[in-house]
Every structure is written in C-alpha cells, then in structure tokens.
Design a protein around this ligand. Structure first.
Ligand code: ARG
Length: 473
C-alpha cells in the first residue's frame, strides 16, 4: 500500500503535489515528513471513497457532471477501492494524504474525468465527512464489543447461579452479595457506556459535505442530496462549523476514556480475585501468561493491561482537547492531529474488550472460597442491628449494642457468632448466622437479595434489549 512516508518514491529532497500550481519551489522534505498524513490516514480509504461517490452523484444531480462521466467516476472509485482491499494500491511520492492519493489515482485512471472529481469540494469538508462516516461505523462496532463483554459477565453469573461473595467498601468486607449482583454492577456501568456511544452516534450523524473550504460554493450543489446518499440524518447548517467541528471525535474519545476507566476497575478486580490472597477466581490458561524466570507463575496480565491501557485512552482525549483549544475558526492544519488519538483509542479499547470478554468466559469462580469469606460472622452485624430495629430499638442504639458485641468478640478472640450464641440477651438472633440468611432476608429494591435479584434481572434484560434495538434501529 505504498511506502510508510512516501519518501522512498521521491528522487530529491523536494516534493511536487497536486496543488503545486501556485508555488515556484517544491516542498522541502522536512515539511513533507511533518505534514504528510497518508502513513496513518490510509485506513480511511473505504469511507473516503464512500464520500467521494456521494459527492460525484451530487455533482451530477447539480448538472455539473454528465451521466457518462458519473458512471466513469463511480467505476474508477470502485476500482481504486478494490486496489486498497487487495493491498495493491501504490502510493505515489506526491500523495500527501488519503484524499490526495485517491484523487491522484482517479485522474491517472480516468484522465480529465478524474480531474473533475474535486469540483466544489475541499479537503476540509471532505476530511470532516470521511471522519464522520468512519466514526459512525466505529461507534457501532464498539457498541457490539461492549455488549459482548456484558454478555460474558452474564454468562459467568449464570454458570455460578446462587454463588455469593463478600461485598467490599474501602476494600474491607461489608456485606455478603450475590455474584450476579456484583457482576451486574459492572454491567450497568458498561450499559451506560453503550448509551453514551449511541448518543455520540446521533451527533456524528450529520453531513459536512458541501461546506467546501470554509464558505460553500457558487456552483449550485445541494448538500442535503449527498447527505441523503450517505444516509446521514442531518446536513450541516453552517459551513464554517462544518469544517472546524471535531466535537464528535472529542466525544467519542471521552466515551472511550470513561469506558476504559470502567474496564480498568474490572481489571483491578480480576487482579485481586486471582491473587493467592483472595483466590476467588482462576483465569483459563489461554488468558494468562507465564514468567520468564519463575516457573510457578501464572499471571493475570490481561487484567493488568485492561487497567494499564486506560492511561493512554485518557491521554488521547486530553491530547485532542488540547489540540482543539485555542484554534481560530475554521479549518487549521492542527486538526490533522485528530486522527491518531482516535485510531489508537479505538484499536486499544477493542483489544481490551475482546480479551476481557474471553477472560471472563475462561474464568472459574471459586464459589467455596468466596462463600466462606462472605460467611465471616462479622458481616452479620448489620442484620442483628436491623432485627433490633424491627423490635423497635432506635437504630443508633442498636448500632452501639452490636458494636459492643463485635468489640467483645475481638477482645476474647472468638467469633461474633460465638458471642451472640453465648449471650442470653442476643441468642435469639443465632439464626441470622446460617449460610445465605442475609441474602434471603434482604428485600429492598435494587439491593442484593434473592427477591430483588429477580426484578433487577428483568430490568437488565429490558435495558439490553432496548439498547440493542437502538443500535440496529
Ligand atoms: N490531511 C488533512 C487532515 O487530516 C486533510 C485536510 C487538509 N486540508 C488543507 N487545507 N490542507 O486534516
């Protein structure tokens, strides 16, 4: 697909480009290396060709291109796309970016007809349109990957139905919770990510084609026509906004950064769960790595990288925001810096999503170990206090009474259960210590109890169905 920088195809340290008419000297090679973007934007070829096809249809619609020329250009563009698909497209030394490369090749193949392709179009509205088309597809693909990760969490819950573990606050054991409740907490966060990504898709779904370089054209084109051809829901209202707006990329990068933060927290949890100290879970061998020195090691690198990648996802968002800050209207070449953060975030978040989904599918949950940890008798303290409240003791007094029992147990080096069973004032609460008692008694909506679990499951299913429908709709 041509050289990485195009340099090897040039014979001197100067470059001649498609726009060289105004210049008496060709571009210095240092500026070329600084400004060329083909090396990273060639991945946009499919969406750029899509935009170009809509553009030439628009030219024909406006009477600026004959039927025969339109057919020639459409066939030529298909041919170029085929070259990219097959990896046979050859970059010329003067191809500054993907847009110039395609136009240059079209002119090579179709002669004068090819030279009409850029009529009433600028790379400024072209690149904005191409990026919107690319991002629209990327958002949909991302939503599918996030929904698959949610599915993997739900499968893990279903494989371990009834399993429970300690719920933590401050990483100290707080109350026993159902594994499904715990996993659903992650699912709800991921579904908010999906919701945001679908919101972003709505705002990306606006065509910029027809804005020209900054202020439109005198050639009588109809931007709404090409917008319809491209399946955009709306057409830009202001040409200056159309060529300078990169909010849709900033928004996508924010959504990915926050998604990355969620994935990072899930990663951290897997690191803890798979440590010998917790031993709540084991990952399958296919999702773990060994140590180059220590033969016994089985490391959860997948989880650490889920945590580690979040740094660059946040960094990419920051990078674009700083690029945009302070730019005067309208297009400025700084905007070319929008692409690499976008591509990098998409690539890395996909890697994390796919490998985390695989890791959860390979995960064996040690229900025995986790259940035992959740049966720590101190975790029943709140249930005793709540029983006292049911007997009309004010909560603060109940809290104090049970707190004293806990302190007594610690002082005597015995469990809370033993203290309660041996105390005639509290022995009536002994049944609260039986396994799973807390979970079957807990009834408040949205809480982790057997009863509210059914309602939550219904809500979760409905939410997933709703978001999937929005994706396809
Ligand atoms: N490669 C450029 C970009 O990514 C395309 C637009 C160039 N426009 C211009 N007026 N030089 O932004």
């Amino acid at each position: 697909m041509g050289g990485e920088t195009g340099r090897e195809e040039r014979h001197s340290s100067k470059v001649m480009t498609l726009w060289s008419g105004r210049f008496s000297e060709s571009m210095d090679s240092t500026l070329w290396d600084l400004s060329e973007s083909y090396s990273f934007d060639h991945v946009l070829y499919h969406h750029d060709i899509m935009g170009s096809k809509a553009h030439v249809k628009g030219l024909h619609h406006a009477g600026l291109l004959s039927e025969v020329d339109l057919e020639t250009l459409l066939t030529t563009l298909d041919q170029i796309e085929g070259e990219f698909d097959r990896g046979t497209f050859v970059r010329a030394g003067s191809d500054e970016d993907i847009h110039m490369a395609i136009e240059r090749r079209a002119t090579e193949l179709a002669g004068d007809v090819g030279a009409r392709i850029h009529t009433s179009r600028s790379r400024n509205d072209q690149v904005a349109t191409t990026l919107r088309l690319f991002t629209r597809d990327a958002l949909e693909e991302l939503v599918r990957s996030v929904l698959d990760l949610v599915a993997s969490l739900r499968e893990l819950g279903a494989r371990n139905s009834g399993a429970f573990l300690p719920g933590y606050t401050h990483l100290q054991r707080a109350q026993p919770v159902l594994l499904t409740h715990h996993l659903s907490a992650h699912a709800w966060a991921l579904l908010r990510d999906v919701d945001r990504l679908l919101d972003a898709r709505e705002r990306v779904d606006v065509s910029s084609l027809g804005a020209g370089a900054i202020a439109g054209t005198s050639l009588g084109i109809d931007p709404a026509f090409s917008a319809r051809v491209l399946g955009f829901h709306e057409t830009f209202a202001n040409s200056m906004d159309a060529v300078s707006d990169r909010d849709f990329i900033a928004e996508t990068l924010f959504d990915i950064a926050l998604l990355g933060v969620h994935l990072s927290r899930m990663g951290e949890e897997l690191v803890l769960w798979t440590s010998a100290e917790f031993n709540f879970a084991q990952l399958g061998d296919a999702f773990t790595t060994g140590s180059s020195m220590l033969p016994q090691k089985k490391n959860s690198d997948v989880a650490e990288l889920a945590r580690g990648k979040s740094g660059r996802l946040v960094g990419n968002l920051t990078s674009l925001l700083v690029t945009l800050k302070g730019l005067p209207l309208s297009y400025n070449r700084d905007l070319q810096e929008d692409k690499e953060p976008l591509f990098d975030s998409l690539r890395n978040v996909h890697l994390v999503l796919a490998s985390l989904a695989g890791a959860y599918r390979s995960l064996r949950f040690n229900a025995g170990v986790a259940g035992e940890a959740a049966s720590d008798s101190n975790l029943v303290a709140i249930d005793i206090a709540e029983e006292l409240v049911s007997e009309n003791v004010p909560f603060r007094q109940a809290h104090e009474m049970v707190g004293r029992l806990v302190r007594d147990a610690i002082k005597r080096g015995v469990s809370l259960r033993e203290v309660v069973e041996a105390d005639e004032k509290f022995v009536r609460f002994s049944h609260l210590f039986s396994e799973g008692a807390a979970l079957s008694r807990r009834s408040s909506p949205g809480g982790s109890g057997t009863l509210p679990a059914t309602v939550q499951e219904e809500r979760l299913q409905a939410r997933i169905a709703d978001l999937s429908q929005r994706l396809e709709g």
